[in-house]
Design a protein. Sequence first.
Lengths: 322, 304
Amino acid sequence: MPLMTSRQALIAALHRAMAVDERVIFLGAGVATRNPGLLSAFGAERVRNTPLAEASIVGCAVGAAAMGLRPVVDLLFSPFLMLAMDALVNSAGKLGALSGGQFEFPLVVLAQTGAGWSIGGQHNHNLEALFVHVPGLQVLMPGTPADTAGLLTGALGQPRPSLLFSDIGLAHETADITGDEWLLPGQAAVRRRGDALTLVGYGKTVGHCLTAAQTLLAEGVAAEVIDLRSLKPLDAATVLASARKTGRLLCVTEASGLCGLAAELCALVVEQAWRSLKAPPQRLTGPDRPALASWPLEQAAVPRPEHIVARARALMQTHEAF
Amino acid sequence: MDAATASARLDAMLLIRAYEEQLIATTSASQPGTCTSVGQEACAVGVVAALRPQDRLISNHRSAGHLLARGADPERLFAEVLGRATGYCGGHAGSLHISAAALGVVLTSTTVGGGLSLAPGVALAQKLGAQPDGITAVFFGDGAACQGIFHEAVNLAVTWRLPLLYVCENNQWQAYVHRSETMPGEHVADWVQGHGLVAEVVDGNDVEAVHAAAVQASAAIRDHGGPRLLELTTYRQRGHFEPDDQAYVCATEHARWLARDPVKRQAERLMLDAEALAHRMVQARGRIEQAYAAALAAPWPQAA
C-alpha cells in the first residue's frame, strides 16, 4: 500500500474514475499541465486546461453535467469560488429542482483552504458554511488521503453537485492508500471513542481534537472525537448518538463561528438531545476576520489543542451549574 | 422560400403573439406577470426553424417564443406559468425558468447571462459524444451581453471550437434601461471581432432574413466547427415584466418599431389584407384560449 498525500490520493482516485467512466472529465487552470499522467492516459479532450476564468469554467462544467458528463473542476483555492457563484448557486444548486427533475448535475468542484501556507485571505478562507446554506449542493471536507480519495469517488457517482475542500494545513501529511476507497457523502467517522465529552471537527481541527484528547485522558477525561468529513449531507445520527452518550459537546472549526457548522451542531443537540445534555454545548471557532499571511498571525486564528483542552476542562466542570 | 413555408412561419409567430397576449390579459394577483417577447417573434421562429432535433437550445426569461417555435404544447406552458402539476417542469419553474428536455430546450436560467455561462458546457458535451453532429443555440439579449460572463464564455467557445450558435436578440432594452445608455455603440457583434468570433447583424423583425442567416450560420458550425454569432436587431414592444406602464419609453421610437412589427411584415410579404390577418389571429387565439382553459383546470402539484 503506497503512502500518498491527499492530493496524490485524489488524483489517483480520479485516474481510476476516468478509466472506468468515460463521462468523467477534468477541467481547470493547469489540470493538464500539472497532471501529465492523466493527460497521457486520457487525452486533451478529457483533461482540459482552461483560462483563469472561474465563472466560465464552472458554468461550462455545470452545462456539461446536465448533458450527462461528470466533470471534476479544480478551482485551486476556495475564495475563487466567489467568482463562480451564479453557476454554482443559481444553476447547479437550483436548476435540478426548478426544472422538475429534468436535469442532474453530477459534478465535483475542488478547492483548497485553511491555514498552513501563509498565503493570505484571498487564497485561504474557510467558507464551507456559506455553501452548506445553498440548496442542492453537497459540501465535503475530508481530512485524510483515504477519505479524500473515497469522497471524490463517492461524490462522482451522485446526481448532484459537490464541493470538495482540501485543508492546506494537511497537504503534506501522508497515509496508506488501498486504491479502492469509496465513501458516500454523509458519513462522519468516530476517530476516538470516549464517554466523557464529544469533540467534533473537520479538516485540521480533527487532529487538534485528537491531540487534546490525549492530554485530557491523562487527566482522566475520555473524549470522543468525531470527524465530520461531510458537512452536507450532515451525519446528524453519529453526532447525536455521541452527544446522548457523553452529554457534553464541543465543536471545533477553523471557520468563523457566526451561522457556522459549529452553531448548527449545537442547535442539533439542543433540539434533539436536550435531555441527555449535562452542560451547554460549546463552540470553539476561528475569528470573524480575513486570514492574515504572517505565520504566527495565521496560526493564531486556528483553534489549537491547548485551547480545546482548556474549553474541555471548563465544560467538564459546568455539571452542577447546568 | 415557398408561400406555404412563409405562411407557416406567420402562423408560428401568431401563436406566440396570442400566447403572450393571453398572459398579459390575465396578469393578476393570482397569476404572476411574465417577461414577454412581443415584437421579437421573428427571432424565435426564424432561428428555431433552422435547428435540428439533435440540436440543443438554451433560452432565458423571455422563453415562450423559443419554446413554442420548438413545438412546445401551449397548454403545458400555461400550466407551468400557472404553477400546475402538468407544466413542463411540474410547476416548479413558473414562467421564468421553463426547460423542456424532451424538446431539447435545456437549462433555462433567468439570471441575465446565466445561460451564457452554461452554453459552452452543453456544446462541449455534444462534441464529446452526446450529439456529435448537434449544435447548441443560446438565446440572450443585449443586456446579457453586458455581463462579463459573455466575454469569458465566448473566449472559451472560440478557443475550444465549440459548436455553439450565439443568438443575440438586441431588443434595445435592458430591464428598465435603454441600450444606448449602457453600450458605446449599437451592436454586440462589434465586440466579438476581437474574440475571433464570426458575427453577422441581421434584421431581427424579418423572419425570412433571420431564418436564412441562421441556416447559413448553423451550417458553418456543422461544417467547420467553432461558434458563430447572429445579432438580431429587434425591439421589446412591451415592458420588462407585466404589468409595466412603459412610462420610461420614448413614444417616437416605440411607434417606429411598431411600424416594423414582424407579424405585420410577414403578412405583407404574403400579401394578406387586414381582414385575412385578423382571421388568422382569431384562429391562433382560439387554440390559445382552449389551452389556457385546460391549464387553469389542471391540478396543483402536491407540496412535499
